[in-house]
Design a binder for this molecule. Structure first.
Ligand SMILES: O=P(O)(O)OC[C@H]1O[C@H](OP(=O)(O)OP(=O)(O)O)[C@H](O)[C@@H]1O
Ligand SMILES: NC(=O)CC[C@H](N)C(=O)O
Ligand SMILES: [Mg+2]
Length: 571
């Protein structure tokens, strides 16, 4: 999962970088591995800063002050197809034709074909394993076809139609063409999210912004925002500031990724007309009904369970509603260290495991002698749940039940939420009882897929633009008339279908990356000096991971700033 943003100011003398940074801070939960921004200044000159780490580490004030220009795009990365190497931090830039920059959230599942096409047919050099580099090169190759000195909106939209024909998978992108303007587009199934909003001034001029989540637009004062439809592309030239929207591909379905509602998105975002917060409350409701049934009625449940405890952060809303519905006590008995990020999207297992303990601490008084029902939004590898169950028992819990607001995850995620290799999933090939044994719980309870879908559907705001366009589309009989959701992680049925070749390729890439990572960690550990009077592990400034991250962020970001070209066009 990644976060993307793109801003174009009405004022050509404005400086977009500080607000772009703000937008990335609002989206930080979508990717912690790398962050990047590219802005475009006078004469179409591009300025770039990107590197490994969180936005606040990569974008120091002095680096941001070097990013000139009134338009720009930004990205937060959580790697999927490639590795977490600095070279794969986004946005990606290609100088020919025109100077194109792209920030991509999602994953292309026909990357093997694209690599072949780019190499053999259009002779473009690909320098990383990132599918996003493929995407920007396909776009460049499509634009090249017009062989024009200067491009216009029509050409860009036609080129995007070509991209949609060639690229298969989930993608939501914000892009920029040097000196020309910004673009946004969304895959034909609408798997990945992207919204566009405007900010009007009294003189009638407007700023425009694309972002992964509505919370960014709302927080930064943009209004009239709407979710791009599946297959839609929007081009906003800076010369006339008039967005041109087109359905560049026939929508194939309306299938937002349901995992956005379960875990990824911020609760205060509204995606495709669905309030993420409301959907999580509804998940708690449905889960409550399901658990009451499994205990043979409310009375039995209340006799058997003393307290409902959420696993902070994401599950809190679902857990709270589950408690409200069942009348059970609700206790925030795990306290979260606010300085530790999301553990699931950390790049390696060792880091994830130690982070759970660092992040959550159990308050003994709330566990001792009690039967507890711990609620999480999802169980993926089982890293969190296993650790949490241990912690609950160490704190004196009698029985530990574990409930998940999502159904068992048994399949790969192939559209940009790199859950894990299938075999690493704790639910892979296991019954619920076996999963319960694997995480050492007394029993696990899972949401059903139908209930999860209902929870999301029942949270659609009928007055939202997404709901309105569904109503209009239903009467036209096209594919946007109803929402389906992408639910492949739960049942193995992916909206685009997927070739086994690609799944094998994905598993191989992950294995290679794990091996590279292990080797580089070993090298870094052996090269890290001991700090005076401090143990290496406990001293933050010399811990191997810290050393690697900070040096990588510094080196990459510093070297990369300012990729401008003097001969670039300014339209
Ligand atoms: O089974 P696992 O592989 O451990 O993954 C599942 C856990 O990971 C996520 O938490 P995370 O700490 O990433 O983020 P949060 O603070 O938003 O809950 C999710 O909310 C679950 O708690
Ligand atoms: N999580 C994402 O959306 C990642 C985007 C892209 N596939 C990458 O690996 O960089
Ligand atoms: Mg969690």
């Amino acid at each position: 999962m990644c976060g993307i943003a793109g801003i174009l100011y009405a004022d050509p003398n404005g400086t977009v970088a500080p607000e772009l940074l703000d937008s990335l801070l609002y989206l930080q939960h979508r990717g912690q591995d790398a962050a990047g921004m590219v802005t475009c200044g006078p004469r179409g000159r591009l300025y770039q800063c990107k590197g490994s780490g969180m936005a606040r580490d990569v974008f120091t004030p002095s680096r941001v002050s070097g990013l000139s220009g009134s338009m720009g795009i930004g990205h937060l990365r959580y790697p999927t197809a490639g590795s977490s190497a600095n070279s794969e931090a986004q946005p990606f830039y290609v100088n020919s034709p025109y100077g194109i920059v792209l920030a991509h959230n999602g994953n292309l599942i026909n990357s093997l074909d694209l690599i072949r096409y780019l190499d053999q047919e259009v002779h473009r050099h690909i320098n990383t394993d990132s599918d996003s580099e493929l995407l920007v090169n396909v776009l460049a190759a499509e634009m090249d076809k017009y062989n024009k000195y200067r491009i216009n909106a029509e050409d860009v939209l036609n080129a995007l139609a070509g991209v949609f024909e060639k690229c298969v998978g989930g993608y939501a992108c914000a892009g920029m063409i040097a000196g020309y303007g910004i673009i946004g587009f969304r895959d034909p199934h609408g798997v990945r999210p992207i919204v566009l909003g405007e900010r009007a001034y009294p003189d009638g001029t407007k700023d425009y912004m694309f972002a992964s989540e509505s919370v960014v637009l709302q927080a930064l004062g943009f209004t009239n925002w709407y979710d791009l439809k599946p297959g839609e592309a929007v081009v906003i030239p800076k010369a006339d500031m008039k967005p041109i929207s087109r359905q560049v591909a026939t929508p194939k379905s309306y299938s937002p990724d349901i995992f956005e509602y379960v875990y990824f998105a911020r609760p205060d975002s509204v995606m495709d007309g669905i309030s993420v917060y409301r959907s999580r409350l509804a998940m708690g409701d449905k889960l409550a009904t399901n658990i009451v049934e499994k205990f043979g009625g409310l009375e039995n449940l209340r006799k058997e369970v003393d307290v409902v405890i959420p696993v902070p952060d994401t599950s809190r809303h679902a857990a709270l509603h589950l408690a409200v519905r069942t009348g059970l006590n609700y206790r925030e008995a795990f306290v979260k260290n606010r300085y530790v990020g999301r553990t699931f999207i950390m790049p390696n297992q060792k880091e994830r495991q130690s982070s759970v303990r660092r992040k959550l601490n159990a308050m003994e008084a709330e566990f001792r002698g009690r039967n507890v029902l711990i609620v999480d939004d999802s169980i993926v590898r089982g890293t969190t749940s296993k650790e949490i169950v241990h912690m609950a028992r160490e704190a004196g819990a009698k029985r530990v039940y574990f409930a998940s607001a999502a159904p068992p995850i048994r399949y790969n995620h192939i559209y940009g939420i790199d859950l894990a290799n299938t075999r690493e999933l704790v639910g892979y090939n296991k019954t619920e009882e076996e999963i319960s044994n694997a995480i050492h719980a007394d029993r696990v309870f899972y949401q059903t897929l139908d209930d999860l879908i209902d929870a999301c559907l029942s949270s659609i705001d009928p007055s939202s633009k997404a709901a309105q366009s569904m109503i209009d589309s239903a009467s036209n009989g096209n594919n946007l008339g109803k929402m389906d959701f992408e639910v492949g992680v739960f049942n193995g049925n992916y909206v685009t279908g997927v070739e086994q070749d690609y799944l094998d390729h994905l598993e191989q890439l992950r294995a290679d990356n794990a091996a590279i990572k292990a080797r580089s960690n070993a090298l870094i550990a052996s090269a890290t000096p001991m700090a005076n009077g401090h143990d290496r592990v406990s001293s933050p400034s010399t811990s191997p991971e810290r050393y690697k991250r900070s040096s990588a962020a510094y080196g990459d970001a510093k070297a990369a700033t300012d990729i401008g070209l003097y001969n670039q066009a300014d339209y």
